[in-house]
Design a protein around this ligand. Structure first.
Ligand SMILES: NC(=O)c1ccc[n+]([C@@H]2O[C@H](COP(=O)([O-])OP(=O)(O)OC[C@H]3O[C@@H](n4cnc5c(N)ncnc54)[C@H](O)[C@@H]3O)[C@@H](O)[C@H]2O)c1
Length: 244
């Protein structure tokens, strides 16, 4: 479905990013994994070291890719920079940590969008896909964390709602440039969470509960493909009904 498309997946070494890379390759795209870290399992695609919080690193990624392949069809930002205190509970969050995480994630998302929008404008077309979360769509369902140490970071809600709206802003700002900007909001992804949480989480969903990274790939491939040519400024929620 993605034959002849050159797709950059930023954060392609991560939990969701790896599934994105594999799925885009299975659909015959030429894929570049742009991450600050090498993947821990082998991915048969090019790797370009990239930091989304660094303008010249992103410009270097754009230049290397466009020169080698002659074009870039799409960029997906699945990077997830965060500090070690990111998951602190609300009253334990230091102001500095709130600001740093917002700078890294929302600031990084902005920078990816700005650098690629500039390139896509000069190219005459482009496709930008951002990653938000259910936590950017609705308030946390705190009952899912009962009797666990877990919580949903307050900065995450601020950042992820920001990513959705930034995507709408940019889609509209780029009117007339043949550039689409859409967002995917996944539900929680399985990653060895404890059983109490998994069961409480499943209670607020419709069938499966927490999802596998592969469950998000259908939305990605759809947005990368020409089947979604006139879908622009949208947020696709893939969450087994969590947000209902
Ligand atoms: N995991 C979930 O449950 C979940 C649910 C909903 C949404 N999301 C969103 O999906 C996206 C990916 O999440 P994930 O779970 O795959 O995260 P992850 O931590 O597994 O992977 C993130 C990747 O980003 C890379 N990275 C970190 N800082 C970077 C930087 N400055 N520049 C470039 N790359 C950098 C890391 O090396 C890593 O490979 C995030 O936007 C996250 O908010 C995740």
């Amino acid at each position: 479905m993605l034959k002849d498309k050159v797709v950059i997946i930023i954060g392609g070494s991560g939990l969701i990013g790896k599934a994105f890379v594999k799925s885009a390759m299975q659909n015959h795209a030429t894929v570049i994994n742009a991450d600050i870290n090498q993947p821990n399992t082998k991915l048969d695609c090019e790797f370009i070291h990239t930091d989304i919080t660094n303008k010249s690193s992103l410009d270097n990624l754009i230049e290397l890719t466009s020169q080698k392949y002659g074009k870039i069809d799409a960029v997906v930002n699945s990077a997830y920079p965060r500090t070690k205190n990111f998951s602190n509970h609300f009253f334990d969050v230091e102001y500095e940590d709130f600001c740093t995480n917002t700078n890294l994630q929302l600031g990084g998302a902005f920078l990816v969008m700005q650098r690629f929008a500039k390139f896509f404008k000069s190219q005459g077309y482009g496709n930008i896909i951002t990653l938000s979360s259910i936590q950017g769509v609705v308030a946390p369902k705190f009952q899912t964390y009962k009797n666990t140490q877990m919580s949903s970071p307050v900065a995450y809600s601020a950042i992820k709602s920001g990513v959705i709206h930034l995507s709408r802003y940019l889609a509209k700002y780029l009117k007339g440039n043949n550039i689409r900007v859409n967002c995917i909001s996944p539900g929680g992804i399985l990653d060895n969470q404890n059983e109490i949480f998994l069961s409480q989480y499943k209670d607020v969903c419709l069938n499966k509960g927490m999802l596998d990274p592969d469950d998000i790939c259908g939305a990605l491939i759809f947005l990368l493909s020409d089947y979604s040519q006139f879908i622009n400024g949208q947020n696709i929620i893939v969450d087994d009904g969590f947000c209902l």
